[in-house]
Design a protein around this ligand. Sequence first.
Ligand SMILES: N[C@@H](CCC(=O)N[C@@H](CS)C(=O)NCC(=O)O)C(=O)O
Length: 219
Amino acid sequence: MEKVKVIGGWFSPFVKRVEMALKMKGVEYEYIEVDVVNKSPLLLQHNPIHKKVPVLLHDGKSIVESAVILEYIDEIWEGPNILPKDPYERAMARFWANFIDEKCAPATRKALWSRGEEREKAVEEATQGLKILESEVKGKKFFGGDQIGYVDMVGCFLAYWFPIVDQVVGLHLFTQDKFPSLCKWADELCDNEFIKECLPDKERLVDRVRGYSQAPRSL
Ligand SMILES: N[C@@H](CCC(=O)N[C@@H](CS)C(=O)NCC(=O)O)C(=O)O
């Protein structure tokens, strides 16, 4: 029988993307929790370049970088598609996932953790990015339509982690009145059975975020 393992950290949205994809495909896997600060030999062995979680181990081979892992999972295992089959739709899904990772996520993180003038600029940038996503998801259940897919998994940070941190640090950027369609999407996503199984416990996350408020760094 094939062996599938995920090396992760319980709080990491990047790790959860991978677990979401495996659950969606119905793949059994072993989860190995590691300390991402005091990096374990296992992590260093399997991700010597970035030294980050997640790592997917498939029959002893390691695959790293969550977006790359999602594509790998989609290609290896049968089951619901993560990426659309149509080449144009596929390209669009990659475009939006990249927009989330390269534009929205860095801006929202900066807005959450910076102060003063730097925060003002970051809030403006994050708001612009979220507005673009708001219009992209408007009128749809998920980014790709009625089924959860690649963009939703990549965007899970915005659906669950971001609103929690937003409340804890008192920024109140991600609200129903500002982003009704994104909030609806976030509720729909987090309410899904297999997604729910992957989300970290809210109280535990809040405690970790409170710790971060003293010594900010990314989640
Ligand atoms: N681009 C990577 C990002 C992964 C990442 O940032 N993981 C964090 C945990 S959320 C980590 O391992 N951080 C350890 C470090 O930065 O040293 C991916 O998509 O997999």
